[in-house]
Write a protein that binds this ligand. Structure first.
Ligand code: DQA
Length: 146
């Protein structure tokens, strides 16, 4: 099984960006943690990050042919991007929405997800562990649907 972790804007700043909200791990630290977990489950993972909406749309489109699942932290584009929602639906890839923080316990504008409807499900609020839970969700979903 092949899984793409696709990360949106400002997630390249993890570790230094509002650590009281997002924690002290960098995206590279999270990737290392996820890779260890993925290896134990014989899952192949790739990590990508972009600050550009169009780039994320293109990566989403391409992911359908290369990956079984995309685990998507679309960051702020979660709340605004119809283009990203359309890319998930249009590509037909199986997507899981994740967030480090509990977006429902923050500002009202973070409660709305434009992409949620296009995803299998969403996981949020467990910090860096959300990435592991996202991977687990993909593994379990794959088992249940094969
Ligand atoms: C985030 C939550 C978003 O609302 C925010 O814009 C982010 C990060 C999270 O992982 O908690 O950049 O997706």
């Amino acid at each position: 099984m092949k899984v793409l972790f696709l990360n949106g804007p400002n997630l390249n700043l993890l570790g230094q960006r509002e650590p009281e909200i997002y924690g002290s791990m960098t995206l590279a630290d999270i990737e290392e943690m996820v890779r260890e977990h993925a290896d134990r489950h014989s899952v192949e993972v790739a990590f990508q990050q972009s600050n550009h909406e169009g780039e994320l749309v293109t990566q989403m489109q391409q992911s359908a042919s290369d990956f079984d699942y995309v685990i998507l932290n679309a960051a702020a584009y979660t709340h605004t991007s119809i283009a990203l929602k359309d890319a998930i639906i249009g590509s037909g890839v199986r997507a899981i929405e994740i967030h480090l923080t509990n977006v429902h316990a923050r500002e009202a504008y973070r409660r709305k997800s434009m992409i949620a409807q296009a995803c299998i499900g969403s996981i949020n609020g467990f910090g860096a562990s959300t990435y592991i839970l996202g991977l687990e969700a993909a593994i379990l979903h794959n088992k249940a649907n094969h």
